[in-house]
Design a protein around this ligand. Structure first.
Ligand SMILES: *[C@@H]1O[C@H](CO)[C@@H](O)[C@H](O)[C@H]1NC(C)=O
Ligand SMILES: *[C@@H]1O[C@H](CO)[C@@H](O)[C@H](O)[C@H]1NC(C)=O
Ligand SMILES: *[C@@H]1O[C@H](CO)[C@@H](O)[C@H](O)[C@H]1NC(C)=O
Ligand SMILES: *[C@@H]1O[C@H](CO)[C@@H](O)[C@H](O)[C@H]1NC(C)=O
Ligand SMILES: *[C@@H]1O[C@H](CO)[C@@H](O)[C@H](O)[C@H]1NC(C)=O
Ligand SMILES: *[C@@H]1O[C@H](CO)[C@@H](O)[C@H](O)[C@H]1NC(C)=O
Ligand SMILES: *[C@@H]1O[C@H](CO)[C@@H](O)[C@H](O)[C@H]1NC(C)=O
Length: 924
């Protein structure tokens, strides 16, 4: 992309060349069109693609032989076609009025920046305009409405916005009620952070057959005037921020065959006429808020190839026309409330490669027709009420890669043919009523990557051939009735990574030593079996393991805290105070705390409870019923126990254990029975602040948080909830408290010398970089401030409270997802509800300045927001309490930090660097 620096010198060149051209015209007779093109070229960066655009060859009186130019018989330019040539620059200086006969502009897939000039309206004969996949920004010019001959308009995949409605966004700053930020509306309009609507005037182009505006920044509703573009064949408005309904007029367009509206926030009913007038080929509706029925005639014309409606709230039947729609290639209608029958509503589709109707209300039986869709690669129908048995034919599909039948009512046995599906890499049959054994041919599935047969009634031995599926990264056979020994061949599954879950079966014998070969495994769960004997010492060598659960087994022993030592030395451990109750040992995976013993932590929460009591069945039932009452708790079996331990250790949250108070509520220091120290954040739940529903929906996020491990992130061990009044988060304890407190304290601030401050900023950058770029999906902090950066004993920075800002509703009215602390929150948060990584980047910039300056940089920020980003004199801002930095390498680092921090404070989130860039810069 040419920067302003590159453009300005060429503009000055232009000025001096101008005289030359006028002179030159007189002698060479360059046409007006050639002159306009050469002038444009002068403003563009030098690029070989335009080498043929020259004025000195005798043949170039007209530009007709130049690359990308086509002329008519009278040597007038009719086409400008430089598609996909890497063309750089802007259209600002192309004098459109010089091309009275231009019919076609095709500049797609280039690197054009800045806006589409208003003067494009002069091209009154233009029929074809394709600028898709550039970096154009600004609004779409209203003068486009002048181009009445246009039949194809493609502006997709740029950064264009529509017209701002001045009533919605009045010019003139007011203080934002929540943030107190002044006059931000002006800034936002100037920077075009907010998009506007698609101008209704676009429908003046009555001849349009293709209108493509997808992948831009359009807000507001689809203009009903489009109903006047009767020739429209293709309408693609996907990946914008459009809201409102689909105007009914769109349903009346008689030639529409390709409609793509996915990934907006459209709602209401979809015109039921779709497909009636003309055969649809593509209909994409996914990721909106549509309700009502799907159009029944989507495939009336028999041409439908791609159809998606996933992630809406559609009800009613699966469209009848789908049954005989042999043209289908991909069908994605999962996550709605569609009703229908898996056998009757679908037919045989020779071209179908992908179908997903998971999480709907489909009944009926699993049909053998699926086995006749010979090109199927993905077949997903999880989360319905489908019954019947698995037809053998499904496993004869040679292309099948993904099969997900989980959470249905499928019964019967797993077909012996399972081994024929040689391409299969994801197989999920969990949560059905399958019984019988796992066929030994499963070992032939050598491409299998993830296998989940959990929650069925499968029995018999686990076939040792499973050890041949050597690409498996996760294996879940839990909640069945498998018996016999664990085949040692499981140890051959060297790629196992996410989990190996054999819990809730009737497996017996010892844990095979071969499992020590699983040196990438993160979670191992063998609880609730009849395993006995010694727990192999290898477990301590498997450094990847972050969680092992061996609870509820028959008689395991070993040198592990909580287990009886082997050799039957004694049972004395169970004779202490609580011996008549179950014996509870909580071992916490804090590195160092368990030196010499095993790194243990519980699945999901890092807390491991070993209960050994022979007749533990009743206990387990008790806990599972507790679990049912308490769906928010993410610990699976021990929530109640940990909860009780914490209540006991804090004497029901007595004030003397409280070490601080924040937006979330109070923080307590808790010493557990085993001596481990935690910080417990007890969420404030009065006044409905704590939104239990949202906690439920963030369950997976909490699980992700408990799994993250980074030296600059405060480890979160888990989350406990028992009703509204007692909800808390369990964290690693940080001795030196918050960075904010230290900086505010004159004496402690001195302890943070320049070198330590540089390290602190680097540490925070590393933590954010990890959460944004190494976690999938990325985790956004939302509330970076000096109070959320905690310091360990050796003053190493640890970011705390990742993602937890989501759990709280700060205000039940408008600003539900507004997160952040005043003074750190990115300005766009006040206007868009969209929390992105770039919000963290902004807060990081504030924090970095705070560390350098020793105080919150509020004056600096308001200066930047008024006058823009400029360079700073480091000397004038450094914390005056410390002696000025003298060593040159520290000085350089501080300068770098201040430059980086400055770039983070840009008003336009897109202009801020990513945490990856920042972390790399600071690490150099
Ligand atoms: C794009 O440019 C190539 C030459 O680079 C040309 O062959 C092709 O036809 C052009 N495509 C369109 C749609 O104009
Ligand atoms: C458009 O992008 C250019 C750089 O590509 C930038 O300088 C300019 O500020 C942007 N304009 C708007 C209105 O966003
Ligand atoms: C629209 O086109 C006419 C010629 O057809 C021209 O005179 C006029 O200036 C154009 N308007 C704009 C806004 O470009
Ligand atoms: C549309 O196209 C037809 C023929 O292709 C042409 O005669 C007419 O002028 C065009 N413009 C409008 C506005 O209909
Ligand atoms: C269609 O165009 C006519 C005039 O040509 C106008 O009166 C009508 O409002 C337009 N329809 C829509 C939906 O804009
Ligand atoms: C619809 O398409 C057909 C076939 O391409 C064409 O003949 C007809 O004119 C079109 N109708 C409209 C209103 O564009
Ligand atoms: C949805 O659209 C936004 C732009 O509005 C884009 O950034 C995002 O990647 C899209 N999501 C999907 C799943 O396509």
């Amino acid at each position: 992309m040419p920067s302003m620096h590159r453009i300005s010198p060429s503009l000055s060149t232009l000025a001096s060349c101008f005289v030359l051209f006028t002179f030159f015209d007189a002698i060479s007779g360059l046409t007006q069109e050639a002159q306009a093109l050469l002038k444009w070229k002068q403003t563009l960066p030098t690029q070989s693609i335009l080498d043929s655009w020259l004025s000195n060859s005798s043949a170039s009186q007209s530009p007709c032989s130049w690359h990308g130019i086509t002329c008519d018989s009278s040597s007038s330019v009719i086409e400008l076609n430089l598609n996909n040539t890497g063309l750089q620059g802007t259209l600002q200086h192309l004098n459109f009025s010089a091309f009275p006969n231009l019919l076609l502009i095709n500049l797609k897939f280039n690197k054009l920046t800045h806006t589409i000039p208003e003067s494009i309206g002069f091209l009154s004969k233009l029929q074809f305009l394709d600028l898709n996949n550039n970096d154009l920004n600004g609004t779409i010019p209203l003068s486009l409405a002048n181009l009445t001959q246009l039949y194809e308009l493609d502006l997709s995949h740029n950064h264009l916005t529509g017209i701002l409605d001045p009533l919605l966004f009045p010019i003139g700053g007011t203080n934002h009620p929540k943030t107190g930020l002044i006059g931000m509306q002006n800034l936002l309009i100037r920077d075009n952070l907010l998009g506007g609507t698609i101008p209704k005037e676009i429908a003046n182009m009555r001849n349009l057959t293709i209108l493509a505006l997808d992948g831009n920044n359009f807000y507001g509703s689809i203009p009903p005037s489009l109903g006047n573009c009767t020739h429209l064949r293709k309408l693609t408005l996907a990946n914008n921020h459009l809201s409102g309904i689909i105007p009914p007029g769109i349903g009346k367009l008689i030639n529409l065959t390709d409609i793509r509206l996915h990934n907006n926030t459209l709602h209401g009913h979809v015109p039921q006429e779709f497909g009636n007038h003309s055969p649809l080929v593509v209909l994409h509706l996914y990721m909106n808020n549509f309700t009502g029925h799907l159009p029944p005639n989507v495939c009336k014309g028999g041409k439908l190839v791609n159809f998606s409606a996933a992630c809406n709230s559609f009800t009613g039947p699966i469209p009848v026309s789908l049954r005989n729609c042999t043209s289908l290639f991909r069908v994605i209608i999962d996550h709605n409330r569609l009703t229908g029958y898996a056998d009757r509503d679908f037919g045989v589709y020779p071209n179908l490669t992908y179908i997903d109707f998971s999480y709907n209300r489909v009944q009926g039986d699993l049909s053998s027709n699926w086995g006749r869709c010979k090109n199927l690669q993905s077949l997903k129908m999880a989360g319905n009420s489908i019954g019947g048995t698995i037809p053998d034919e499904i496993f004869q599909l040679k292309q099948l890669q993904r099969l997900d039948l989980s959470s249905n009512r499928i019964s019967g046995r797993i077909p012996l043919q399972i081994g024929s599906s040689s391409s299969l890499y994801h197989l999920d049959l969990s949560n059905n009523s399958l019984f019988g054994i796992i066929p030994t041919s499963i070992g032939k599935l050598t491409n299998l990557w993830s296998l989940d047969l959990s929650m069925n009634n499968l029995s018999g031995q686990i076939p040792y051939q499973i050890g041949d599926c050597n690409k498996l990264v996760s294996l879940n056979l839990s909640h069945n009735d498998f018996s016999g020994r664990i085949p040692y061949q499981i140890g051959n599954l060297a790629k196992l990574f996410y989990f190996l879950d054999l819990s809730y079966n009737s497996l017996s014998g010892e844990i095979p030593v071969d499992l020590s070969k699983l040196n990438s495994l993160v979670c191992l769960n063998m609880s609730h079996n009849n395993l006995s004997g010694s727990v192999p010492n290898f477990l301590s060598g498997m450094m990847s393991l972050s969680s092992i659960n061996l609870s509820y087994n028959k008689d395991l022993c070993g040198r592990i805290q909580g287990l009886r030592p082997c050799n039957n030395v004694s049972d004395e451990k169970s004779h202490d105070g609580r011996s008549n109750k179950k014996k509870v040992v909580i071992a916490i995976a804090i590195a160092g705390a368990l030196v010499g013993t095993i790194f243990l932590s519980l699945v999901l929460v890092g807390i491991f409870v070993v209960l050994y009591k022979r007749n533990s069945r009743s206990n387990s039932e008790q806990y599972s019923s507790a679990k049912r009452e308490n769906p928010f708790s993410i610990w699976h079996f021990d929530g109640k126990i940990v909860y009780e331990e914490i209540i006991e250790a804090t004497e029901n949250f007595k004030e003397k254990y409280c070490i601080g108070e924040g937006a979330f509520g109070k923080v307590y220091r808790v010493v557990m029975a085993g001596g481990e120290v935690f910080a417990i954040k007890k969420l404030r739940c009065e006044a409905e602040e704590l939104d239990i529903e949202s906690i439920k929906s963030f369950k997976s996020e909490i699980q992700a948080l408990t799994k993250t491990r980074h030296r600059n992130i405060v480890k979160m061990y888990g989350f406990c909830s028992q009703g509204r009044m007692h909800t808390f988060l369990i964290y690693e304890y940080m001795e030196r408290g918050s960075l904010g407190d230290m900086l505010r304290n004159e004496k402690e601030a001195m302890e943070l010398d320049w070198a330590k401050r540089v390290e602190i900023v680097k540490g925070v950058a590393q933590a954010l970089c990890y959460m944004h770029h190494d976690c999938n999906p990325p985790i956004i902090h939302r509330d970076i401030s000096s109070n959320n950066v905690l310091l360990s004993r050796n003053l190493e920075a640890h970011v705390s409270d990742f993602g937890t800002a989501r759990f709280l509703k700060h205000d039940s009215s408008t600003w539900t997802s507004f997160a952040g602390t005043y003074g750190y929150a990115a300005p766009e948060l006040a206007y868009t509800m969209e929390v992105t990584e770039k919000c963290d980047v902004f807060s990081f910039g504030v924090l970095a300045f705070e560390v350098v300056m020793g105080k919150h940089p509020s004056d600096l920020i308001s200066h930047i927001q008024t006058f823009g980003v400029e360079s700073l004199k480091l000397k004038e801002i450094v914390d005056p309490r410390l002696a000025p930095p003298s060593e040159s390498h520290i000085l350089t680092k501080l300068e770098l930090i201040s430059d980086v921090a400055m770039s983070c404070l840009q008003t336009n989130p897109k202009s801020r660097p990513t945490m990856l860039t920042i972390a790399q810069k600071l690490d150099d």
